[in-house]
Each structure stands twice: as structure tokens, then as C-alpha cells.
Design a protein around this ligand. Structure first.
Ligand SMILES: [Zn+2]
Ligand SMILES: [Zn+2]
Length: 358
């Protein structure tokens, strides 16, 4: 095979166009992978519909699972965890390839690398077009943290690992120890159910999950939430379990200003709010600074993650297989049906549509 095929977003609001590109030979530090499957994340949908700026034309898709096809010179035959890596191995990789040496890389923010390649978010560069998952091949740039996927993790569970699951890993690290804590999760999408399952696995005593959709709340209950509620029910739900003190940690995963406004009063004095969902522009929210000070609150933003969080995500999925993560992906579609897959509404348990390559 000397060519690759990819679904290209040429214009916002228009169907993706299948185009052929020459199959690249990996250069120094690069790795070529065959795409096994790719799920579409909320960010991809925001890009498709023009809510999130993206360079055009581009190949979307960053929740990618691949199989190593060829190594470029200078790759060392090891994955980012130090395990042997060979042609044919099933792999996932960090959403951002980073240089390791710039201002942000040196400050433990490799996802903000000044010389980054971000999968599913790059313009088409001649000869180096294959940077998104909606394609049959993907070319991994030097500086990509590649991880072999443990054999017991299904393709469907593995696809979102390098976005949703790893982002929750970063959010959990920012939140600190959760054993015995009361946790609030705003939003019961892929991030929310992952956060519910993982905070429970870490020993959280109570996990309240809040969403506007009853069927997503039912899903959250299957993923470890101890209590589910609508936004209107949230104050009473938290009051009942926390004797009026509020939750220790709240994770805002929706990006909705209303969700933030509902959640902040539920955080206890000295508690922490981790903001993850606001990855697209929204209206400002009123924030009484005196309340932040008097209540000794911590507000922390988390965007993407570092390679160690992807390693943690894979370990979590491997060790917590009682949660049916594989059911969260709708039946796989071929790349040729990508536009129909995007247009088909999802209903829980499906939270992601995805393509699989034959
Ligand atoms: Zn994503
Ligand atoms: Zn860098």
C-alpha cells in the first residue's frame, strides 16, 4: 500500500471528504501506525460545528487506537513506560507531542509545548498530512509518548483513554487524595462516568453525579455514582449527605456556566473545584471573590494532561474492568460512513460514535 485514505474537514458545517494521501515513510523519531479505531470526542464535534477554532483543512479525531506499522530512525524500540515496542503492537499515545525542552515542557506542562503537534488538530502539511484519527494511518511525531495497550482492554474502552480517561487522571491528581471524601461530578458524559468510576475506585465515600439527562444519570449510577440528581435537586442531594457542609471536591466537566454556578455553592469551606469542561467560549460567570477568600476555596483549571496521566489511565482501565467502558461506544462504523456516523444521534449507554478500520 502506498497511499492512505482520510476523512478531511475542509469547511465547517460541510460533510467530511474522503481523500487519498501518499503513505509517508517515518523520519527520525517518527512512528507510523495503522489506525484500528477512533472515537469522536466532544471537542471533535465542537470543531465540526464551528464552536472550536481548528486550522482547515484538517483531519479530525484524536481518541485513536493504532497498531505500529513502521519506526523511523532513532526510535528506541521502547514505549513511554519503557516496555519493548514492536511492529504490530496495539498502541495509544499522548494527544500532544512535545519537545521536552521549551518553557512549558520544563514546567510540567508538555500539553502546552511551544513546538507541539496536537493530533486531530493540525493543518494538512504536504507529506505529513496524517495527524488525525479519521484515517487509515496516523504518523506519530517525534516527542509523542506512545504506550502499548494492555491486552485485556477492549478497543472501545481503549480509544477514549488518551483524551477522556487521561484528562480525568490529570484532574484527579490536581484534586489530591480522595479516600473517604465527598465528591461532586458535574456532567455524566464520558468524562463524568469516568470520574465517577475512578473516584470510587480511589475510595471516595460519596460520589454525587449531576446532569440534566435522566438516562445519563442512570448510566453514572452503573459507573459508581452513589447518588444522582438534576441541577434543581443538587442542593438537597448534597445537604443530605454532607450535613450541610458541602462536598470536598467538585469536578466541573460540562463547560456549562449554569453547571459551575450550581456546583460552586456546594463545595465545602476549604474545598476544591476542578474545572475541566470549559474548552469552548461561553458567557462569563459571576464570582464573588470574597466568597473564594472567606471559604478558602481552591479553583483549578485542567486542560489535557502529561504522559504520566495516560499511563495512569491505562492502568485504571486494566484494573477496573467491572465498569463496562466498552458499552459507551456506539457500534463501529467504517471510515466511508463517517458522515452518517456523525449525524446519528447517540443515546446512552453510547456516549461516543466511532470508526473502525477493517
Ligand atoms: Zn478529546
Ligand atoms: Zn516543549
Amino acid at each position: 500500500m502506498t497511499t492512505a485514505i482520510a476523512a478531511v474537514l475542509e469547511e465547517v458545517g460541510r460533510p467530511l471528504v474522503l481523500r487519498e494521501f501518499p503513505l509517508p515513510v517515518p523520519r527520525a523519531g517518527e512512528t507510523l501506525v495503522e489506525v484500528i479505531a477512533c472515537t469522536l470526542c466532544g471537542s471533535d464535534l465542537h470543531s465540526l460545528h464551528g464552536r472550536r477554532p481548528v486550522p482547515l483543512p484538517t483531519i479530525l479525531g484524536h481518541e485513536i487506537l493504532g497498531r505500529v506499522s513502521a519506526f523511523g530512525p532513532g526510535t528506541n524500540g521502547r514505549d513511554a513506560a519503557g516496555q519493548p515496542l514492536a511492529v504490530g503492537d496495539r498502541v495509544t499515545w499522548s494527544i500532544v507531542a512535545s519537545c521536552g525542552d521549551c518553557f512549558y515542557c520544563r514546567r510540567d506542562l508538555p500539553q502546552k509545548c511551544l513546538h507541539q503537534t496536537k493530533y486531530g488538530h493540525e493543518p494538512l502539511r504536504p507529506g505529513r498530512e496524517l495527524t488525525g484519527g479519521l484515517a487509515d494511518h496516523c504518523l506519530l511525531a517525534a516527542g509523542t509518548a506512545i504506550f502499548r495497550v494492555p491486552p485485556n482492554i477492549s478497543n472501545a474502552a481503549a480509544c477514549p483513554a488518551n483524551c477522556a480517561t487521561a484528562t480525568i487522571a490529570a484532574a484527579l491528581e490536581a484534586a489530591g487524595p480522595l479516600a473517604g471524601n465527598r465528591v461532586l461530578v458535574m456532567g455524566a458524559g464520558m468524562l463524568g462516568v469516568t470520574a465517577a468510576a475512578w473516584t470510587r475506585a480511589l475510595g471516595a465515600a460519596d460520589v454525587v453525579c449531576c446532569d440534566v439527562a435522566a438516562e445519563r444519570l442512570a448510566l453514572a449510577a452503573r459507573f459508581g455514582a452513589t447518588r444522582t440528581c438534576s441541577t434543581a435537586e443538587l442542593p438537597s442531594a448534597v445537604a443530605e449527605l454532607a450535613a450541610g457542609h458541602g462536598v470536598d471536591v467538585a469536578f466541573e466537566l460540562t463547560g456549562s456556566p449554569e453547571a459551575f454556578e450550581a456546583a460552586l455553592p456546594q463545595v465545602r469551606i476549604g474545598g476544591t473545584m476542578i474545572l475541566v469542561g470549559s474548552v469552548f467560549p461561553s458567557r462569563p460567570v459571576p464570582l464573588l471573590l470574597e466568597q473564594v477568600v472567606r471559604r478558602c476555596l481552591t479553583l483549578r483549571g485542567i486542560h489535557n494532561y502529561a504522559p504520566r496521566h495516560l499511563a495512569a489511565a491505562l492502568a485504571f482501565l486494566d484494573e477496573n474492568r467491572e465498569y463496562p467502558f466498552e458499552t459507551l461506544v456506539a457500534p463501529w462504523q467504517p471510515l466511508s460512513a463517517i458522515n452518517a456516523a456523525i449525524a446519528t444521534p447517540l443515546s446512552p449507554p453510547a456516549l461516543r460514535s466511532g470508526i473502525a478500520l477493517p
